[in-house]
Design a protein around this ligand. Structure first.
Ligand SMILES: Cc1cc2nc3c(=O)[nH]c(=O)nc-3n(C[C@H](O)[C@H](O)[C@H](O)COP(=O)(O)OP(=O)(O)OC[C@H]3O[C@@H](n4cnc5c(N)ncnc54)[C@H](O)[C@@H]3O)c2cc1C
Length: 380
Protein backbone atom coordinates (compact mmCIF):
# COMPACT_ATOMS: atom_id res chain seq x y z
CA UNK A 1 0.00 0.00 0.00
CA UNK A 2 1.21 3.53 -0.83
CA UNK A 3 1.88 5.87 2.13
CA UNK A 4 -0.96 8.26 2.98
CA UNK A 5 -0.47 11.69 1.41
CA UNK A 6 -1.06 14.82 3.47
CA UNK A 7 -2.89 17.74 1.90
CA UNK A 8 -2.89 20.76 4.20
CA UNK A 9 -5.17 23.71 3.47
CA UNK A 10 -4.61 27.00 5.31
CA UNK A 11 -7.75 29.11 5.72
CA UNK A 12 -11.34 28.17 6.54
CA UNK A 13 -13.19 30.71 4.39
CA UNK A 14 -14.78 30.31 0.96
CA UNK A 15 -11.68 29.05 -0.88
CA UNK A 16 -10.37 26.71 1.85
CA UNK A 17 -13.76 25.11 2.51
CA UNK A 18 -14.73 24.58 -1.14
CA UNK A 19 -11.26 23.22 -1.92
CA UNK A 20 -11.31 20.73 1.00
CA UNK A 21 -14.81 19.46 0.28
CA UNK A 22 -14.27 19.14 -3.48
CA UNK A 23 -10.97 17.30 -3.08
CA UNK A 24 -12.51 14.98 -0.49
CA UNK A 25 -15.11 13.89 -3.04
CA UNK A 26 -12.45 13.04 -5.58
CA UNK A 27 -10.01 11.17 -3.31
CA UNK A 28 -10.01 8.12 -1.06
CA UNK A 29 -9.87 8.74 2.72
CA UNK A 30 -7.48 5.80 3.08
CA UNK A 31 -4.98 7.31 0.63
CA UNK A 32 -5.25 11.06 1.17
CA UNK A 33 -5.56 12.96 4.45
CA UNK A 34 -7.07 16.44 4.07
CA UNK A 35 -6.56 18.89 6.94
CA UNK A 36 -7.86 22.46 7.08
CA UNK A 37 -6.41 24.98 9.54
CA UNK A 38 -8.54 28.02 10.26
CA UNK A 39 -9.11 30.58 12.99
CA UNK A 40 -12.75 31.49 12.45
CA UNK A 41 -15.68 30.17 14.46
CA UNK A 42 -18.40 31.47 12.14
CA UNK A 43 -18.57 31.49 8.36
CA UNK A 44 -20.30 34.65 7.16
CA UNK A 45 -21.62 34.90 3.60
CA UNK A 46 -20.16 38.33 2.81
CA UNK A 47 -22.21 39.10 -0.35
CA UNK A 48 -25.27 39.55 1.92
CA UNK A 49 -23.55 42.65 3.32
CA UNK A 50 -25.13 44.73 0.57
CA UNK A 51 -28.65 43.68 1.65
CA UNK A 52 -28.43 43.50 5.46
CA UNK A 53 -28.09 47.26 6.27
CA UNK A 54 -31.33 47.93 4.36
CA UNK A 55 -33.14 45.08 6.15
CA UNK A 56 -33.57 43.29 2.83
CA UNK A 57 -32.12 40.19 4.50
CA UNK A 58 -31.80 38.90 8.06
CA UNK A 59 -28.15 38.45 9.04
CA UNK A 60 -28.96 35.24 10.95
CA UNK A 61 -29.42 33.44 7.62
CA UNK A 62 -26.00 34.54 6.39
CA UNK A 63 -23.94 32.90 9.13
CA UNK A 64 -23.15 29.24 9.90
CA UNK A 65 -20.71 27.60 12.35
CA UNK A 66 -17.44 27.03 10.46
CA UNK A 67 -16.75 23.61 11.94
CA UNK A 68 -19.94 22.08 10.52
CA UNK A 69 -19.28 23.10 6.93
CA UNK A 70 -16.70 20.40 6.24
CA UNK A 71 -17.72 17.11 4.66
CA UNK A 72 -17.04 13.74 6.23
CA UNK A 73 -13.34 12.89 6.03
CA UNK A 74 -11.97 16.44 6.25
CA UNK A 75 -10.00 17.13 9.44
CA UNK A 76 -10.67 20.64 10.76
CA UNK A 77 -8.01 22.17 13.02
CA UNK A 78 -9.14 25.32 14.79
CA UNK A 79 -5.87 27.23 15.20
CA UNK A 80 -3.87 30.10 13.77
CA UNK A 81 -1.06 29.70 11.27
CA UNK A 82 1.96 31.68 12.46
CA UNK A 83 4.65 30.52 10.02
CA UNK A 84 4.79 28.70 6.69
CA UNK A 85 8.16 27.13 5.99
CA UNK A 86 8.05 26.16 2.33
CA UNK A 87 11.66 24.87 1.99
CA UNK A 88 11.05 22.44 4.91
CA UNK A 89 7.42 21.65 3.98
CA UNK A 90 6.08 22.54 7.41
CA UNK A 91 3.56 24.90 8.96
CA UNK A 92 3.67 26.21 12.53
CA UNK A 93 0.51 26.88 14.50
CA UNK A 94 -0.11 29.24 17.40
CA UNK A 95 -0.92 26.33 19.73
CA UNK A 96 2.65 25.10 19.30
CA UNK A 97 1.65 22.28 16.96
CA UNK A 98 3.52 21.73 13.69
CA UNK A 99 2.20 20.18 10.47
CA UNK A 100 4.07 18.70 7.56
CA UNK A 101 2.56 18.34 4.10
CA UNK A 102 2.89 16.73 0.70
CA UNK A 103 0.68 19.42 -0.83
CA UNK A 104 0.01 22.86 0.67
CA UNK A 105 -2.85 25.15 -0.37
CA UNK A 106 -2.84 28.67 1.03
CA UNK A 107 -6.31 30.19 1.23
CA UNK A 108 -5.95 32.73 4.03
CA UNK A 109 -7.81 35.54 2.23
CA UNK A 110 -7.00 39.14 3.05
CA UNK A 111 -7.42 41.65 5.88
CA UNK A 112 -8.40 45.29 6.41
CA UNK A 113 -5.65 47.77 7.11
CA UNK A 114 -7.49 50.73 8.67
CA UNK A 115 -4.23 52.42 9.67
CA UNK A 116 -3.52 53.20 6.01
CA UNK A 117 -6.04 56.05 6.24
CA UNK A 118 -5.63 58.54 9.09
CA UNK A 119 -9.03 59.43 10.53
CA UNK A 120 -10.81 56.32 9.22
CA UNK A 121 -11.35 54.58 12.57
CA UNK A 122 -14.41 55.84 14.43
CA UNK A 123 -15.60 57.97 11.51
CA UNK A 124 -16.08 55.95 8.32
CA UNK A 125 -18.65 53.14 8.08
CA UNK A 126 -18.56 50.04 5.90
CA UNK A 127 -20.40 46.84 4.99
CA UNK A 128 -17.39 44.52 4.51
CA UNK A 129 -17.80 42.41 7.67
CA UNK A 130 -20.81 41.56 9.79
CA UNK A 131 -20.26 43.83 12.85
CA UNK A 132 -19.68 46.91 10.66
CA UNK A 133 -22.59 46.00 8.39
CA UNK A 134 -24.96 45.92 11.38
CA UNK A 135 -23.54 49.21 12.67
CA UNK A 136 -24.04 50.81 9.25
CA UNK A 137 -27.67 49.64 9.30
CA UNK A 138 -28.16 51.65 12.53
CA UNK A 139 -26.52 54.74 11.00
CA UNK A 140 -28.85 54.51 8.02
CA UNK A 141 -31.90 54.14 10.29
CA UNK A 142 -31.11 57.46 11.93
CA UNK A 143 -30.11 59.24 8.69
CA UNK A 144 -32.57 62.04 7.87
CA UNK A 145 -31.03 63.41 4.68
CA UNK A 146 -27.78 65.15 3.69
CA UNK A 147 -24.72 64.07 1.74
CA UNK A 148 -23.56 60.45 1.58
CA UNK A 149 -20.12 59.67 0.16
CA UNK A 150 -19.49 56.04 -0.74
CA UNK A 151 -16.82 54.00 -2.51
CA UNK A 152 -13.66 51.94 -2.19
CA UNK A 153 -10.73 53.72 -0.57
CA UNK A 154 -8.15 51.99 -2.78
CA UNK A 155 -7.53 49.01 -5.08
CA UNK A 156 -7.48 46.02 -4.65
CA UNK A 157 -10.56 45.25 -2.57
CA UNK A 158 -12.95 42.29 -2.33
CA UNK A 159 -15.71 41.97 -4.89
CA UNK A 160 -15.14 44.98 -7.16
CA UNK A 161 -18.91 45.36 -7.94
CA UNK A 162 -19.99 45.42 -4.24
CA UNK A 163 -19.69 49.24 -3.77
CA UNK A 164 -21.86 49.98 -6.81
CA UNK A 165 -24.33 47.25 -5.81
CA UNK A 166 -24.63 48.86 -2.38
CA UNK A 167 -25.08 52.29 -4.00
CA UNK A 168 -28.03 51.12 -6.14
CA UNK A 169 -29.70 49.61 -3.06
CA UNK A 170 -28.97 52.79 -1.08
CA UNK A 171 -30.72 54.86 -3.77
CA UNK A 172 -33.73 52.51 -3.63
CA UNK A 173 -33.77 52.60 0.20
CA UNK A 174 -33.71 56.42 0.36
CA UNK A 175 -36.53 56.63 -2.21
CA UNK A 176 -38.54 54.14 -0.14
CA UNK A 177 -38.10 56.34 2.94
CA UNK A 178 -39.07 59.46 0.97
CA UNK A 179 -35.73 61.22 1.63
CA UNK A 180 -33.94 60.72 -1.68
CA UNK A 181 -34.74 64.33 -2.72
CA UNK A 182 -33.09 65.51 0.51
CA UNK A 183 -29.96 63.39 -0.09
CA UNK A 184 -26.99 63.69 -2.42
CA UNK A 185 -25.16 60.44 -3.19
CA UNK A 186 -21.50 60.85 -4.19
CA UNK A 187 -19.65 57.80 -5.54
CA UNK A 188 -15.86 57.86 -5.35
CA UNK A 189 -13.59 55.47 -7.29
CA UNK A 190 -9.77 55.12 -7.47
CA UNK A 191 -9.54 54.78 -11.29
CA UNK A 192 -10.50 57.23 -14.05
CA UNK A 193 -13.89 55.51 -14.36
CA UNK A 194 -16.49 54.03 -11.97
CA UNK A 195 -15.45 50.37 -12.29
CA UNK A 196 -12.33 48.38 -13.11
CA UNK A 197 -13.55 47.01 -16.47
CA UNK A 198 -14.31 49.64 -19.09
CA UNK A 199 -17.50 48.24 -20.63
CA UNK A 200 -19.05 47.43 -17.24
CA UNK A 201 -18.03 50.90 -16.09
CA UNK A 202 -19.83 52.52 -19.08
CA UNK A 203 -22.97 50.53 -18.26
CA UNK A 204 -22.91 51.45 -14.55
CA UNK A 205 -22.11 55.09 -15.22
CA UNK A 206 -25.25 55.41 -17.35
CA UNK A 207 -27.37 53.89 -14.56
CA UNK A 208 -25.74 56.26 -12.03
CA UNK A 209 -26.66 59.25 -14.20
CA UNK A 210 -30.28 58.10 -14.43
CA UNK A 211 -30.41 57.99 -10.61
CA UNK A 212 -28.63 61.32 -10.00
CA UNK A 213 -25.63 59.64 -8.40
CA UNK A 214 -22.68 62.04 -8.60
CA UNK A 215 -19.28 60.48 -9.38
CA UNK A 216 -15.71 61.43 -8.45
CA UNK A 217 -13.14 59.35 -10.32
CA UNK A 218 -9.38 59.11 -9.76
CA UNK A 219 -10.11 59.31 -6.04
CA UNK A 220 -7.67 57.25 -3.93
CA UNK A 221 -8.43 58.07 -0.33
CA UNK A 222 -5.59 59.63 1.63
CA UNK A 223 -7.28 60.81 4.84
CA UNK A 224 -10.56 61.43 6.62
CA UNK A 225 -11.20 64.54 8.71
CA UNK A 226 -13.99 63.76 11.16
CA UNK A 227 -14.09 67.30 12.57
CA UNK A 228 -14.61 69.07 9.23
CA UNK A 229 -16.45 66.04 7.82
CA UNK A 230 -14.46 65.71 4.63
CA UNK A 231 -12.53 62.99 2.86
CA UNK A 232 -9.41 63.83 0.82
CA UNK A 233 -7.80 61.94 -2.04
CA UNK A 234 -4.12 61.42 -2.85
CA UNK A 235 -4.92 63.26 -6.10
CA UNK A 236 -5.79 66.38 -4.06
CA UNK A 237 -9.63 66.46 -4.18
CA UNK A 238 -11.71 66.96 -1.02
CA UNK A 239 -15.36 65.99 -0.67
CA UNK A 240 -17.54 66.84 2.33
CA UNK A 241 -20.04 64.35 3.76
CA UNK A 242 -22.66 63.78 6.42
CA UNK A 243 -22.29 60.00 6.22
CA UNK A 244 -19.11 58.37 4.91
CA UNK A 245 -19.24 54.74 3.71
CA UNK A 246 -15.74 53.66 2.79
CA UNK A 247 -14.50 50.20 1.84
CA UNK A 248 -11.36 49.85 4.01
CA UNK A 249 -7.90 49.36 2.46
CA UNK A 250 -7.09 45.65 1.97
CA UNK A 251 -3.81 43.77 2.45
CA UNK A 252 -2.75 40.11 2.44
CA UNK A 253 -2.31 38.36 5.81
CA UNK A 254 0.76 39.25 7.89
CA UNK A 255 1.73 35.54 8.17
CA UNK A 256 2.30 35.52 4.39
CA UNK A 257 4.75 38.43 4.57
CA UNK A 258 6.38 37.03 7.72
CA UNK A 259 6.91 33.70 5.95
CA UNK A 260 8.56 35.59 3.05
CA UNK A 261 5.99 34.37 0.54
CA UNK A 262 5.14 37.95 -0.48
CA UNK A 263 6.22 41.55 -0.03
CA UNK A 264 4.58 44.07 2.36
CA UNK A 265 1.28 43.93 0.38
CA UNK A 266 0.95 40.31 1.51
CA UNK A 267 -0.49 38.89 -1.74
CA UNK A 268 1.12 35.74 -3.15
CA UNK A 269 2.29 35.64 -6.77
CA UNK A 270 1.10 32.42 -8.40
CA UNK A 271 1.18 31.09 -11.93
CA UNK A 272 -2.10 32.36 -13.40
CA UNK A 273 -2.77 29.07 -15.24
CA UNK A 274 -1.45 26.51 -12.71
CA UNK A 275 -1.98 28.39 -9.40
CA UNK A 276 1.34 27.17 -7.97
CA UNK A 277 3.77 29.37 -6.05
CA UNK A 278 7.11 30.05 -7.75
CA UNK A 279 8.72 26.81 -8.99
CA UNK A 280 7.11 24.66 -6.31
CA UNK A 281 4.75 22.02 -7.68
CA UNK A 282 3.41 21.24 -4.18
CA UNK A 283 2.49 24.76 -2.96
CA UNK A 284 -0.56 26.60 -4.26
CA UNK A 285 -2.55 29.70 -3.36
CA UNK A 286 -6.19 30.35 -4.16
CA UNK A 287 -8.88 32.94 -3.37
CA UNK A 288 -8.18 36.44 -2.08
CA UNK A 289 -4.68 35.48 -0.89
CA UNK A 290 -3.27 35.66 -4.43
CA UNK A 291 -2.08 38.52 -6.56
CA UNK A 292 -4.13 37.44 -9.58
CA UNK A 293 -6.03 40.27 -11.29
CA UNK A 294 -9.35 38.40 -11.06
CA UNK A 295 -8.94 37.42 -7.39
CA UNK A 296 -10.97 38.94 -4.51
CA UNK A 297 -14.24 37.21 -5.41
CA UNK A 298 -15.88 34.10 -4.00
CA UNK A 299 -16.66 33.17 -7.60
CA UNK A 300 -12.93 33.08 -8.32
CA UNK A 301 -12.31 30.95 -5.22
CA UNK A 302 -15.00 28.58 -6.49
CA UNK A 303 -13.61 28.17 -10.03
CA UNK A 304 -10.00 27.95 -8.81
CA UNK A 305 -10.95 25.21 -6.32
CA UNK A 306 -12.69 23.28 -9.07
CA UNK A 307 -9.53 23.38 -11.17
CA UNK A 308 -7.11 22.60 -8.33
CA UNK A 309 -9.17 19.78 -6.80
CA UNK A 310 -9.25 18.05 -10.19
CA UNK A 311 -5.54 18.59 -10.68
CA UNK A 312 -4.55 17.24 -7.25
CA UNK A 313 -6.93 14.29 -7.50
CA UNK A 314 -5.22 13.27 -10.75
CA UNK A 315 -1.73 13.75 -9.33
CA UNK A 316 -2.53 11.94 -6.07
CA UNK A 317 -3.63 8.89 -8.04
CA UNK A 318 -0.45 8.94 -10.12
CA UNK A 319 -1.89 10.55 -13.24
CA UNK A 320 -0.87 13.66 -15.12
CA UNK A 321 -3.24 16.61 -15.32
CA UNK A 322 -2.23 19.04 -18.03
CA UNK A 323 -5.31 21.30 -18.11
CA UNK A 324 -4.89 25.02 -17.42
CA UNK A 325 -7.02 27.32 -15.29
CA UNK A 326 -8.25 29.95 -17.73
CA UNK A 327 -9.48 32.57 -15.25
CA UNK A 328 -13.09 31.75 -16.00
CA UNK A 329 -15.67 33.10 -13.54
CA UNK A 330 -19.36 34.03 -13.37
CA UNK A 331 -20.54 36.76 -11.05
CA UNK A 332 -24.04 38.18 -10.55
CA UNK A 333 -24.16 41.85 -9.57
CA UNK A 334 -27.04 44.09 -8.51
CA UNK A 335 -27.75 46.98 -10.90
CA UNK A 336 -30.87 48.54 -9.37
CA UNK A 337 -34.11 47.90 -7.52
CA UNK A 338 -34.88 44.21 -8.17
CA UNK A 339 -32.42 44.09 -11.07
CA UNK A 340 -29.06 42.33 -11.53
CA UNK A 341 -26.65 41.39 -14.29
CA UNK A 342 -24.51 38.25 -14.54
CA UNK A 343 -20.97 38.79 -15.81
CA UNK A 344 -19.15 35.85 -17.41
CA UNK A 345 -15.49 36.29 -18.19
CA UNK A 346 -12.02 34.75 -18.24
CA UNK A 347 -8.42 35.90 -18.72
CA UNK A 348 -8.96 36.12 -22.47
CA UNK A 349 -12.65 37.05 -22.64
CA UNK A 350 -13.93 40.32 -21.10
CA UNK A 351 -17.48 40.33 -19.69
CA UNK A 352 -20.42 41.59 -21.74
CA UNK A 353 -22.44 44.14 -19.81
CA UNK A 354 -25.69 44.42 -21.74
CA UNK A 355 -28.49 42.66 -19.94
CA UNK A 356 -30.03 43.11 -16.49
CA UNK A 357 -33.06 41.19 -15.27
CA UNK A 358 -35.31 40.26 -12.36
CA UNK A 359 -34.22 36.62 -12.76
CA UNK A 360 -30.59 37.57 -12.21
CA UNK A 361 -31.66 39.44 -9.07
CA UNK A 362 -33.43 36.30 -7.80
CA UNK A 363 -30.25 34.35 -8.48
CA UNK A 364 -28.38 36.86 -6.33
CA UNK A 365 -31.11 36.93 -3.69
CA UNK A 366 -30.97 33.17 -3.18
CA UNK A 367 -27.19 32.89 -3.40
CA UNK A 368 -26.61 32.39 0.37
CA UNK A 369 -28.74 29.23 0.23
CA UNK A 370 -26.95 27.94 -2.87
CA UNK A 371 -23.62 28.83 -1.27
CA UNK A 372 -24.13 27.01 2.05
CA UNK A 373 -25.98 23.99 0.72
CA UNK A 374 -24.13 23.30 -2.52
CA UNK A 375 -21.17 25.52 -3.38
CA UNK A 376 -19.30 25.24 -0.08
CA UNK A 377 -20.08 21.53 0.10
CA UNK A 378 -18.30 21.03 -3.20
CA UNK A 379 -21.30 19.69 -5.11
CA UNK A 380 -21.48 22.49 -7.66
C1 LIG B 1 -19.54 43.08 0.91
C2 LIG B 1 -18.98 41.96 0.10
C3 LIG B 1 -19.70 41.47 -0.97
C4 LIG B 1 -19.19 40.45 -1.74
N1 LIG B 1 -19.93 39.97 -2.79
C5 LIG B 1 -19.43 38.98 -3.57
C6 LIG B 1 -20.20 38.47 -4.66
O1 LIG B 1 -21.33 38.88 -4.91
N2 LIG B 1 -19.65 37.50 -5.42
C7 LIG B 1 -18.38 37.02 -5.17
O2 LIG B 1 -17.94 36.15 -5.91
N3 LIG B 1 -17.64 37.46 -4.14
C8 LIG B 1 -18.13 38.43 -3.33
N4 LIG B 1 -17.40 38.90 -2.28
C9 LIG B 1 -16.00 38.44 -2.09
C10 LIG B 1 -15.88 37.10 -1.39
O3 LIG B 1 -16.63 37.07 -0.20
C11 LIG B 1 -14.41 36.83 -1.10
O4 LIG B 1 -13.69 37.02 -2.28
C12 LIG B 1 -14.22 35.42 -0.59
O5 LIG B 1 -14.73 35.31 0.72
C13 LIG B 1 -12.73 35.04 -0.61
O6 LIG B 1 -12.56 33.77 -0.06
P1 LIG B 1 -11.19 33.38 0.65
O7 LIG B 1 -11.38 32.01 1.16
O8 LIG B 1 -10.06 33.68 -0.24
O9 LIG B 1 -11.07 34.39 1.88
P2 LIG B 1 -11.98 34.38 3.19
O10 LIG B 1 -13.35 33.93 2.85
O11 LIG B 1 -11.80 35.74 3.79
O12 LIG B 1 -11.33 33.28 4.11
C14 LIG B 1 -10.04 33.36 4.65
C15 LIG B 1 -10.05 32.54 5.92
O13 LIG B 1 -8.74 32.34 6.39
C16 LIG B 1 -8.73 32.47 7.79
N5 LIG B 1 -7.37 32.88 8.17
C17 LIG B 1 -6.72 34.01 7.80
N6 LIG B 1 -5.49 34.05 8.34
C18 LIG B 1 -5.35 32.90 9.04
C19 LIG B 1 -4.30 32.35 9.84
N7 LIG B 1 -3.13 32.99 10.00
N8 LIG B 1 -4.50 31.17 10.46
C20 LIG B 1 -5.68 30.51 10.31
N9 LIG B 1 -6.70 30.97 9.56
C21 LIG B 1 -6.55 32.16 8.94
C22 LIG B 1 -9.77 33.53 8.08
O14 LIG B 1 -10.28 33.41 9.40
C23 LIG B 1 -10.83 33.21 7.05
O15 LIG B 1 -11.80 32.32 7.56
C24 LIG B 1 -17.91 39.90 -1.45
C25 LIG B 1 -17.18 40.40 -0.35
C26 LIG B 1 -17.70 41.40 0.42
C27 LIG B 1 -16.91 41.90 1.60
Amino acid sequence: MLPVKNVVILGDGAAGTIMANKLRMLTDVKETRISVVGNSTKHYFKPDGVHIPFKLKRYQNSVKPTRFLFNYGVEYIHDEVILIDVPHRTVQLKSGKGLSYDYLIIATGDRFDYNEIPGYIGEAKHFYDLPHTLELGNSLDSFKGGKIVIGPSSIPYQCPPAPYEFTFLLDQYLRGRGIRDKTEIHYIFPLNRVFTMQNVSDFIEKLFEERDIITHTLFNVESVNGLNKNVTSIEGESVSYDLLILVPPHKGQTVITKSELAGPGGYIDVDRHKLNYKDYDDVFAIGDATNLPISKAGATAHFESEYLANRLAHELSGNVYDEDYNGEIACTTITGAGRAMTLYFSYERPPRAIFQSKMDYLLKWTSADTYFSAMLRGIM
